[in-house]
Design a binder for this molecule. Structure first.
Ligand code: DAT
Ligand code: MG
Length: 149
């Protein structure tokens, strides 16, 4: 089982797309093991996006992610990281497959609605950065026998 960190970014919240975005993950069968709404601090934004520091889009990215509340989720499933990345679509909405979140709802790279971890190492670090262990729930789903083989 993998866990991945998902952020519904400020445009997703402001554009009333929290429901549809959660649905796109939920309908695959990905299990929500943590979820909260929060205002991202400048410090957390810089830590989360530290790998992009120095890029020309870095400061606008920090401004964007801190500009309104976000919804953060930890999702669990077999290959949850790649499954969620496929559901989100390519970084640039113009390159995102129709049917993906960015492919259906996005227009520009700096307003691409959702974050998803991109590797097992980053997923583990990001889940730990955004959630306390006590906020991650371990529970049984009766539907799992129809989702997991
Ligand atoms: P992703 O969010 O698909 O994982 P990433 O990790 O490469 O993409 O970049 C993080 C965010 O930074 C991305 O969602 C939007 C912004 N970004 C990335 N490349 C960019 C670019 N060339 N121009 C503007 N913004 C960019
Ligand atoms: Mg990334």
């Amino acid at each position: 089982m993998e866990r991945t960190l998902i952020i519904i970014k400020p445009d997703g919240v402001e554009r009333l797309l929290v429901g549809p975005i959660i649905t796109s993950f939920e309908q695959h069968g990905l299990k929500i093991v943590g979820m909260k709404m929060m205002q991202v601090s400048d410090a957390l934004a810089r830590e989360h996006y530290a790998v992009h520091e120095g890029q020309p889009f870095f400061e606008p990215l920090i401004e964007y992610i801190t500009s309104a509340p976000v919804v953060v989720m930890a999702l669990e499933g077999p290959e949850a990281i790649q499954m969620a990345r496929n559901t989100i679509g390519a970084t640039k909405p113009i390159e995102a497959t129709p049917g993906s979140i960015r492919g259906d709802f996005g227009m520009m790279v700096g307003r691409n609605l959702v974050h998803g971890s991109d590797s097992p190492e980053n997923a583990a670090a990001e889940v730990a950065l955004w959630f306390d262990e006590s906020e991650l729930l371990d529970y049984e789903r009766v539907v799992d026998r129809w989702i997991l083989e």
